[in-house]
Ligand binder design. Structure first.
Ligand code: GZL
Length: 319
């Protein structure tokens, strides 16, 4: 093509239009670093994110960190190198993110937190946190027990607590929320507390140790997630006690396994923690890319499911 004035002008006009049409056609690429596959909750959370990305036409690069922070840092660095449009992740623990998030900021790649929070010195290192209020979940678990104690004036409430992953937002916040409400009823006492790392296997193992040292002194189990509660229920039965009766079982998540345990009379209440964050994540990512304002905190709505409503609610469960 001859470089005439007319042709140069035409090329300039085309170049001005092309990027916008090219942008419109190019699918959004999100790099997502997931905690792992440690629980029914996590499996449902992953499925929701992948399904929502597919439905939204988003190109999702997904990395499973096997519950190790160093794997999440590596994945985030890889997403930066691949120049993804958005980085999203569920931080396995709260601290240790400043350096890698500053690298993402320097690369002009917005970061969205899902599920769990981070503790960083500079709040501009992420755009928004989409997830549950774990302190409120802990309060709701304790509130159920306080109400139970009011109806059972002669019962002891010697609580063993299975904490989630050490240093994770849900473990820290669920412990804090539970303790805040627990102190309104002097009969509620935590006699042992240890992490079960949110897994069934570890929950069973730690509950076995609790039973060995405390035996029939234990009258309540508070587990920071249903998977640890389900593992602990096996240990309780193997020790010759009746879960849900000799030892009340209070847990959090609201996964199918918890509803099945409630229908068997082995779990007393599960506080819902909604893992189905996929659609809201895609919405937030598209808003960020379009330069629209996104709230710093997006809290998901959740309920509480005592055993009495399990049969009616079970058919409605989506995870
Ligand atoms: C809570 C989530 C927790 C779940 C556990 O939002 O981070 O991690 O409660 C999961 O089941 O392992």
């Amino acid at each position: 093509m001859r470089l005439t004035r007319r042709n140069l002008l035409g090329a300039a006009v085309f170049a001005a239009i092309a990027p916008s049409t090219a942008l419109a056609a190019k699918p959004l690429t999100i790099g997502f670093s997931q905690v792992g596959a440690e629980s029914e909750w996590r499996t449902a959370n992953t499925a929701s994110i992948k399904d929502a990305a597919r439905k939204a036409g988003v190109n999702l690069k997904f990395a499973d960190a096997q519950q190790r922070q160093e794997n999440q840092v590596k994945a985030i660095r890889s997403f930066i190198a691949q120049r993804v449009d958005i980085i999203a992740f569920s931080p396995v623990v709260e601290s240790g993110w400043d350096t890698v998030l500053r690298e993402a900021k320097r690369a002009n790649i917005p970061v969205i937190l899902t599920d769990r929070a981070v503790k960083v010195s500079d709040q501009s290192l992420y755009v928004t946190l989409l997830g549950s209020d774990f302190v409120e979940e802990g309060r709701r678990a304790a509130h159920w027990l306080v109400e139970h104690a009011k109806k059972n004036p002669n019962r002891a409430y010697n609580i063993v607590e299975l904490q989630g992953t050490v240093g994770s937002a849900p473990a820290l916040d669920r412990k804090a929320g539970f303790a805040e409400v627990m102190k309104t009823e002097p009969r509620l006492k935590i006699i042992r507390s240890q992490t079960g790392d949110f897994t069934r296997a570890k929950g069973k193992e730690v509950m076995e140790a609790f039973l060995k040292s405390e035996g029939k002194n234990i009258t309540v189990l508070y587990a920071h997630n249903d998977d640890m509660a389900i593992g602990a229920i096996q240990a309780i039965e193997e020790a010759g006690f009746k879960p849900g009766k000799d030892i009340l079982v209070v847990s959090i998540d609201g996964v199918r396994g918890a509803f099945e345990a409630m229908l068997q009379g082995k779990l007393n209440v599960t506080v819902e923690c909604n893992p189905l964050l996929g659609p809201q994540l895609m919405e937030a990512a598209k808003a960020v890319m379009a330069g629209k304002p996104v709230p710093k905190r997006i809290v998901v709505n959740e309920g509480v499911f005592p055993a009495e409503v399990a049969a009616k609610e079970f058919p409605n469960r989506k995870y």
